[in-house]
Ligand binder design. Sequence first.
Ligand SMILES: Nc1ncnc2c1ncn2[C@@H]1O[C@H](COP(=O)(O)OP(=O)(O)O)[C@@H](O)[C@H]1O
Ligand SMILES: [Mg+2]
Length: 366
Amino acid sequence: MGERARIATQPRQVTSAQLIGVSPQMEELRQEIERVAASDAKILVTGESGVGKEVVAQTLHMLSARASRAFVAVNCGGLSETLLESELFGHVRGSFTGAYRDKPGKLEMANEGTVFLDEVGEMTLRMQGLLLRFLETGELQKVGADNGGRRVNVRVIAATNRHLRELIQQGTFREDLFYRLNVIHLEVPPLRERREDIPVLAEHFVRLFGDDRSCVVRHISGEAMKALSRYSWPGNVRQLVNVLERLAITVREPIVTIDDLPLEIRAVEAHGQQPKRERRRTVADDLYKRLVEDRESFWGCVYALYMDREITRGTMREVVRKGLEASHGNYRIVARMFNLESREYKRFLNFLRKHDCQLPFKEFRQ
Ligand SMILES: Nc1ncnc2c1ncn2[C@@H]1O[C@H](COP(=O)(O)OP(=O)(O)O)[C@@H](O)[C@H]1O
Ligand SMILES: [Mg+2]
């Protein structure tokens, strides 16, 4: 993933270490953050992907005595084990092919500051062991160095969208590491459980993207805002930001209206206003296009919407029917068209069977 050090003093794409939200849940989270920011205690931030875990970590850093020092984020899920080890701990010259000089690790770069270990649930067991040793001793063991290295003083904030207790049960996450990281636990709720935050977030990002001179969008109409507030946002705030960014680029009027919104967001609003059959058909068309043309994964898009009850079984069946039509009744090809790995094929069929969405393929064979 070529993850680079993201240091708080450097501007990032959308850096607002400003935690926006007016819901009681966000109010409470903000208070908890204020209570625990000053201490050096390790913090585990959990929540679905895109809820704002990194923003929470940045806010903790900004409110701590380390605010003037570095905030360094490491994505533990995006790198192979060897690269992650060198990324975190650094390496000495000659320790592997291509290691032409000594390189400091992120933990060293974060000295006296904060290190944010994102997607910590994705670490291999060996890496977990190395991290645990570091947390116990504070000593950096660089790749290729034969003696214990220098000590660093970093505050560790870890985050994951996984249920670590389940991973512990499965034997893929170390319980002792879990207790080390989980001294204080902050949970960021999904956006659909704090819908009051949607309008304030939407307005904030419209203003932000509106700063771009090529953008003419200034407001969101009341009706469009209602639709945004009703939608389930399986990708949480990240998805909201992406939708608004796209609108800021494509809409050529100052006000975003309901017709500008993507179909699946509009569809929640349109419920009961259009003939059912027709509405289903268009939503299914749109979802099918997202799978086949935009190459979104079935799990992330259609499945997530269905599990959140944003789309009906009828829509799900319609999407499957389209796949079967295009593949002449071959479920394996459908799975590939829907961007599933071959090892996920069984899970896909099981899901369809269980939810009565496995249409007979015979009528699609020629
Ligand atoms: N409460 C919030 N206030 C402002 N921006 C937010 C908030 N929550 C999330 N964001 C924005 O949403 C996007 C995803 O947030 P991020 O912290 O990366 O999520 P996570 O780490 O949980 O996947 C980022 O662009 C972030 O700036
Ligand atoms: Mg993240």
